[in-house]
Design a protein around this ligand. Sequence first.
Ligand code: ZN
Length: 139
Amino acid sequence: MTQNANSTGTAKISTFVTAATYITLILALIAIGVGIAAFYENPSNSEITIWLLVIGFIALAMSGYYMFQSRKHVSSLKLETPQIQTAIDCKACNGVQTRPFKRGDYVYKEMEPCPKCNSMGMIVAIYREVKEKEKPVNV
Ligand SMILES: [Zn+2]
């Protein structure tokens, strides 16, 4: 319940962060550009140039870091493809056989060919395969 609200909230925040990251990137490039322009216009007043370059590069590094982080997050989401399994109770095999989920599968569906011996069985379960893989820890 709270998890659902949380995930939508995170999605909204990440969209906001992405927009803010692009704005920061543009402002950083403007700051660097203005800094260099100010130096060419008045080389004696290099203090402004140095400050603009420092601010620009910090902002550039921050936005680059956020972009790298969000891209890593997206790629990790793409890798996670849920594998739905259908379990068929087969009398001939005397056991439950599983195969990947197909459209039209439902629990208690009879006359379903067994994936092993092809005789008719009944779907007893449809579930998502849980991979026993360690999830990356979000810091
Ligand atoms: Zn069978």
